[in-house]
Design a protein around this ligand. Structure first.
Ligand code: AMP
Length: 341
């Protein structure tokens, strides 16, 4: 039987609790400074203490994982702290498709896959001089919204970019990505695609709370106008959301289109959890500005099961437990190759 391993951050508690509930051994690659935190949780069987997560690439760490027949569950921290080359070089079997993580990290590849999946996207702006409508300026990778800013035109872009460089938030030679700002109700749609069952499941919706763009909305316009601070989109936490039932059919279609597109573009496709992120406008039309090709931290809301999963499973089912269930089924039927890369 396989065991489940992940890096100590992001959604590791949910992932390992789910694995334990499925009867699998759990391992956590844990930074020394977080040892005290993670020792609090009895469902973690073994801590692999490291100074930095990059040690996951070292022989020592990989051989512990190998001895335990571990499947590594990738999450946002892995993507934020390692390059795509490094992730692809991991020898431990990675749950889902490690090759698609490059398509998540690289803005241009990301746009290509989203287009392939027919997702309605905000208009990309190739040059600051072409900013015509309110736009959002983003950094590469899973930066979590830190250092993002909004710009109404080229001058505004230059002022804010220079200010953030002076404050040391972004660097001078960083390539920034610009797209038009889409206004509406934020919705982060999480799915799970099972290559064993060849079936797509819709898990749930969350919203991100981002500082200090949200804080800005709480002060009167008069004070907002006087502030010269560039608000950021740094994610602080998540809260749950359910959708109007009439929107669900389209949600499944978007998920299916994404799975089909990923199959065409980056084999073996979009296996395991993924998230399509965007906003619903005043006509309930969805515009997607982003996807995550692995479990998102918003899934932590539903450690006791999500509303949509309670329709599909007659038991509490978190995303962590769902992943472990897939590993267990694959392990029992000799199909681990089908669910890992
Ligand atoms: P991302 O890294 O693309 O997930 O963006 C981080 C945050 O910025 C999102 O959670 C949204 O709040 C916001 N955001 C990103 N792109 C857009 C957009 N085109 N329109 C509106 N808000 C956006």
């Amino acid at each position: 039987m396989n065991s489940i391993a992940t890096l100590g951050s992001h959604c590791s508690l949910q992932v390992l609790k789910g694995a334990k509930d499925e009867g699998l051994k759990t391992l956590l690659v844990c930074e020394k400074r977080r040892e005290k935190l993670y020792k609090r949780f009895p469902f973690i069987d073994e801590l692999i203490i490291v100074d930095s997560f990059k040690e996951v690439l070292d022989q020592k760490c990989q051989s512990i994982l190998e001895q335990n027949n571990a499947v590594l569950i990738p999450h946002g921290t892995l993507i934020a702290q390692m390059s795509s080359d490094e992730i692809e070089s991991i020898k431990t079997p990675v749950f889902g498709n490690k090759w698609i993580l490059r398509w998540e990290s690289d803005r241009e590849m990301k746009e290509k896959l989203m287009r392939e999946a027919n997702l309605p996207m905000p208009k990309p702006v190739t040059n600051p001089s072409e900013i015509e409508k309110l736009s959002i300026v983003k950094r590469q990778g899973a930066a979590g919204g830190k250092g993002y800013f909004m710009a109404a035109n080229e001058e505004d872009y230059n002022t804010k970019r220079n200010q953030l460089i002076a404050e040391g938030v972004i660097s001078k030679d960083e390539t920034l990505y610009i797209q038009e700002y889409a206004a509406g109700v934020l919705a982060y749609l999480t799915f799970f695609y099972s290559p064993l069952k060849e079936e797509l499941e819709f898990y749930g919706v969350d919203q991100r709370h981002e500082s200090d763009i949200e804080g800005l909305g709480r002060i009167p316009a008069e004070q907002q106008l006087k502030s010269d601070k560039v608000p950021s989109f740094n994610v602080i936490g998540n809260s749950p959301l359910v959708l109007r039932e009439s929107l669900l059919d389209e949600v499944y279609t978007m998920g299916e289109n994404f799975v089909e597109a990923a199959k065409r573009v980056v084999a073996p496709g979009m296996n395991g959890p993924f998230c399509i992120e965007g906003v619903y406008d005043e006509n309930a039309k969805f515009t997607s500005f982003e996807f995550s090709a692995r479990i998102v931290a918003g899934s932590n809301i539903y450690m006791d099961g999500s509303p949509y999963y309670s329709l599909l499973f007659n038991e509490t089912m978190s995303m962590g437990k769902r992943i472990a269930r897939e590993v267990k089924l694959a392990s029992e039927s000799n199909q681990v190759d089908k669910i890992t890369t």
